[in-house]
Design a protein around this ligand. Structure first.
Ligand code: 5AD
Ligand code: SF4
Length: 428
């Protein structure tokens, strides 16, 4: 039996589904609690220091199961295993397995060896796509489909290219087959995943081709993807988004900063003006499109004026939501060699100001939907109130309303109330 805990991004959630699939194929059963497991895996994130701190604390807790049941194997998989391959051996000596993002294929073999030694699979493999590995998805109306892995962009703050390796895409034909199988099994929405998802290219087809091919698959009602890089948002991709009605009017478009000086030091490969022109073009071509973003505050050398520019951009773009982070120096990246000179208290103050601003804007943007009818893909019963259902609008906003409504159906909901995070109403 295997128990897996997942930290970090949606790519890790998808990787956990793939790891689970490969172990189920080898005869393992999945359990929901570590007490029931012969194998305990923690699928980890390395994007910021606090992600790793959390996992170290959790590993100390999970090691209890090895003391009470010495045959239990404890493994660390994913980005932190790759990043801290050396220090994990000493800082978490309870760990039996270290498997990086390109080593999941070897997990069953490593688990077969029962000699009590530390077993590792930490080589990055530029050809590994896991195209042949079965994915054990949690059932639901939405399925996440990894279409490319790795990243070649090397933004100076980011550990991803070092722990996930070079960019590589799965073949279009295999992806189309998979989405067809998902549709046959009842999936209504696919979300394509990749570190720079719109850089997808399999040698023949590009991301625009994948969107158009998926549009043609019967049974799929909605298509989304995350996360695109602004520079890879080509005219072909924008045309495909505009032409394909199943591609939802929603885009997560990480900006990171709205100071050209900071963007240049981050090696983001665009200026603020270029980013805003892209937002304008997308708004013209895809009416009603909702944007979300990622922003880092306190990057090395970020001045008060740089920060003010970021604040002003958020006010201009009016994102539906934003993921806001304090800069965290990551060993091995280029920015880690620079002085992390914005004091932590100042980073915290800047972060708080952006959070307050975004909360206000999210509330305003959502309240503007009150009185309108939105098409909601129903996911199932809401946790509460009793009898209510929950789903997402085309703009990927959470909508709740009194039922009845069947999971997987799309219903019209007249919006009556809104907070910064949720819309609610009744069936129209
Ligand atoms: N510090 C803070 N945030 C980071 N991100 C990536 N690396 C770092 C870092 N070193 C953020 C970026 C990215 C998101 C997934 O995480 O905003 O888009
Ligand atoms: Fe990291 Fe930049 Fe690649 Fe995104 S595009 S994964 S931020 S290096």
């Amino acid at each position: 039996t295997v128990y897996i805990e997942t930290y970090g991004c949606q790519m890790n959630v998808a990787d956990t589904e793939m790891i689970t699939g490969s172990l189920l194929a080898r005869g393992y059963g999945r359990v929901e609690r570590p007490e029931q497991a012969d194998v305990i895996l923690v699928n980890t994130c390395a994007i910021r220091e606090n992600a790793e701190t959390k996992v170290f604390a959790r590993l100390r807790e999970l090691a209890v199961h090895k003391r009470t049941r010495p045959s239990v194997r404890l493994g660390v998989t994913g980005c932190m295993a790759q990043h801290l391959r050396d220090s994990l051996r000493t800082q978490a000596p309870q760990v039996d397995l270290l498997v990086g993002p390109d080593g999941y294929r070897y997990l069953p073999e490593l688990l077969d060896a029962e000699d009590g030694a530390l077993h590792t699979a930490l080589r990055l493999d530029p050809n590994e796509t896991y195209a042949d590995v079965p994915v054990a998805r949690d059932p639901g109306v939405r399925a996440w489909v990894t279409i490319m892995r790795g990243c070649d962009r090397f933004c100076t703050f980011c550990i991803v290219p070092y722990v996930r390796g070079r960019e590589r895409s799965l073949p279009l034909a295999a992806l189309v087959d998979e989405v067809r199988r998902l549709a046959d099994a009842g999936t209504k929405e696919v979300v394509f995943l990749g570190q720079t998802v719109n850089a997808y290219r399999d040698g023949t087809a590009d991301f625009a081709d994948l969107l158009r091919a998926t549009q043609a698959i019967d049974g799929i009602d909605r298509i989304r993807f995350t996360s695109p890089h602004p520079t890879d948002m080509s005219a072909r991709v924008i045309d495909a988004m505009a032409d394909c009605p199943k591609v939802m009017p929603q885009l997560h478009l990480p900006v990171q900063s709205a100071s050209d000086a900071v963007l240049d030091r981050m090696a983001r490969d665009y200026t603020v003006a270029q980013y805003e022109r892209l937002v304008d073009r997308l708004r013209q071509r895809i009416p009603g499109i909702a944007f979300s973003t990622d922003i880092i505050v306190g990057f090395p050398g970020e001045t008060a004026a740089d920060f003010a520019a970021t604040y002003a951009l958020i006010e201009r773009v009016r994102y539906a939501t934003a993921f806001l982070f304090k800069y965290s120096s990551r060993e091995g990246t280029r920015a880690a060699k620079w002085d992390d000179d914005v004091p932590d208290a100042e980073k915290g103050a800047r972060l708080e100001r952006l959070i307050a601003l975004q909360e206000r804007i999210s509330g305003e943007v959502n309240r503007a939907e009150v009185g309108t009818d939105v098409a909601v893909l129903v996911e199932g019963p809401a946790r509460r109130p009793e009898g209510w259902v929950t789903g997402k609008s085309p703009q990927f906003k959470r909508v709740m309303c009194p039922g009845p409504a069947v999971a997987g159906s799309t219903v019209r909901v007249r919006i009556e109330a809104a907070t910064s995070h949720t819309l609610s109403g009744r069936l129209a």
